[in-house]
Write a protein that binds this ligand. Sequence first.
Ligand code: FAD
Length: 430
Amino acid sequence: MTDASVVILGAGQGGFQVATSLRDNGFDGRIFLIGNEPALPYERPPLTKGFLLGHKKKVDLPLRPQMHYESRRIELLLGEEAVAIDRHTRSVTLRSGAKIGYSHLVLATGARNRLLEAACGIDGVAYIRTLQEAESLRQRLDSAQQTVIVGAGFIGLELAAVLRKLGKSVRVLETMPRLMGRAVSSSVSDFFAAAHRDWGSELAFETAVAGIEANAGAVRGVRSCDGRFYPADLVLVGIGVVANAELAAQAGLPVQNGIVVDEYLRTPDASISAIGDCAAFPSRYGAGLVRLESVQNAVDQARCVAARLVGRATAYADVPWFWSDQGDLKLQMVGLTSGADQTVIRGDPRERKFSVFCYQNGKIAGIESVNKPGDHMFGRKLLASGADIAPSEASDSAFDLKAHLLRHSASPEKVPAAQVAQIAMTQRAG
Ligand code: FAD
């Protein structure tokens, strides 16, 4: 154990980025990147998109080749699960029994799928989070014809679009009255509901699952609480995730839906940070502690922690953004819009290119764009600058967004000093 050794638990999107950014920032100590999955760190978004369609292969998924880790002296321990954190001795115990000491520990353990209790132990009920699950789902798809998807969130709907493309029959069951209900405005929900129906999926809202019916252990369909039966030879469940926060909790760290961190992404133990899907942090874009599940969040939080560990501490303030590809529709969201009380539409949904500008207390809170990447980039820059746009300006298609941004970003009093670096980063990322 050297004096400066950073141990990163979780070799996913965030863990990979901390390790890489640490070296890029000149950190010279040991870096351990420990992951319980056997594969090199890989990107998850293609799993419900190009990978199932066969457009992306397994070899396309790793974030970097093995050589990347060797050349940066990142000690990659794959297929190794951390089972305990000892804060007194500053060490992590692995399932193999090995103990690894740290001077700083980064928890990047992500999240796992919420399980549908009624489906336990039934063959033909699938979840998708990992490459292994995606591979076994791809095999199952060869023989599956009738599918039921439980949950009309991003994962369920991306799967629905893919399965329709593959010619499967698709029924989506959702307990809420609209799809992606926790994440997007009702205009976007309605637009996507129409699109999925056009592609041939059947959508059932306000429909809760009462049970999964099986024949000799193999699924034969889903029974809903209102007594209807949806026959299926494959049931896919996408009902949200649970943060992998147990290790932190067992080590006495606070957990509230995720591992609680401050604006520097530190737990109350200054030698432990948490990032990505597993972390609950104070965001200036949302009320209270928020936990976000997105590539942007994992990557930017990783960079923030890596910078702090080499002495360049800044509070985490990156603008949240997310995307979802469903059929030929690219949905991009910026900001946190769940508290919005007013929306205006820019563009024409009938042209399949539009954005919904979401306001809270009269101030822009975020933008949801469908096939409008320009509006999305505008939103990222606008929110980073702290500037606003009036609903009447946003809904006027002739209103020049670029000029608006230039006008507002150009006046120094509109851009607090602390945000200037943030804007530069966002522009580089774009
Ligand atoms: P992860 O990437 O999940 O990595 C965490 C890793 O830690 C996992 O490998 C986990 O097994 C491991 N781990 C957990 N506990 C331990 C332990 N005790 N010891 C060792 N290892 C452990 N985001 C978008 O922005 N756009 C998209 O289109 C999109 N599509 C997605 C599609 C799918 C199918 C999924 C699953 C996610 C998608 N996401 C998307 C979300 C995005 O991939 C995640 O937000 C991101 O991967 C989070 O990174 P992370 O490092 O926090 O967690």
